[in-house]
Design a protein around this ligand. Structure first.
Ligand code: ADE
Length: 229
């Protein structure tokens, strides 16, 4: 899969996504990820990419010309063009999994107060939010989206089970995990995990997932999703 990210800070993307599991996936050729600096499409001497909003108000907007030129240069007929914004569709695992099946994503990260609405209207296929809060830097949102999508690419997580038993699979949170020692500072590991009875362990884990989800995130079981890219 190929992911291009259009940003004012490609170095942030590299800092976050060059290490650990995603860095390894990139080196193994499972994910082709590239950051592009929007300023490369600025046409004036000062490489200007922002301007003041019509109608007044605080903050600056990314202006339409460099942004449209950049999107048109980086997108092809197979590309899903995604704008990261707090107004977007909430990012959930099912959406990330859908996106992981597409051949090419172009992520547009906003800065300042956002981007000119005409770019959103004519050059963006879908808008995604990583959560109900506002970041100062949309590149962080793009990095989060890349990380979440990449986890669903075949071969990225060494152990395929990591995907099937984790939080949110089947709209449930994860069960509690324990490792050695069996008694740590007087705290016991639940007996069933030491029993060697795999069916009893599976039952206990499922019960824990259901109980924890009811207690902490009763909203999780009601989510649906739709995909249009
Ligand atoms: N840009 C700033 N805040 C954001 C958010 N919560 N999700 C996606 N993009 C953003």
């Amino acid at each position: 899969m190929k992911i291009d990210v259009l940003t004012l800070f490609p170095e942030i993307l590299e800092a976050v996504l060059d290490a650990s599991i995603i860095g390894r996936a990139r080196r193994a050729g499972l994910l082709e990820l590239k950051g592009h600096n929007l300023r490369e499409w600025a046409t004036d001497r000062h490489r200007t990419v922002d301007d003041r909003p019509f109608g007044g108000g605080a903050g600056m907007l990314l202006k339409p010309e460099p942004l449209c030129d950049a999107i048109d240069a980086l997108a092809g007929p197979q590309t899903c063009r995604i704008y990261l914004t707090p107004d977007g569709q909430p990012l959930r695992p099912a959406l990330a999994e859908d996106l992981s099946r597409l051949p090419h994503l172009l992520l547009v990260s906003g800065h300042y107060e956002g981007i000119d609405q005409r770019v959103r209207d004519t050059r963006i296929d879908r808008e995604i939010s990583i959560g109900d809060y506002v970041l100062t830097n949309g590149t962080l949102a793009a990095a989060v989206l890349v990380d979440v999508v990449a986890r669903f690419l075949p071969g990225v997580l060494g152990d395929e089970n990591s995907l099937t038993a984790e939080s949110f699979t089947g709209s449930l949170l994860d069960f509690p995990h324990y490792t050695r020692p069996a008694v740590f500072r007087g705290l016991q590991v639940p007996e069933v995990l030491l029993s060697g009875d795999h069916e009893a362990i599976a039952r206990w884990r499922q019960e824990m997932r259901e109980e924890k989800t009811r207690r902490l995130r009763p909203d999780l079981t009601t989510h649906t999703h739709e995909s249009d890219c």
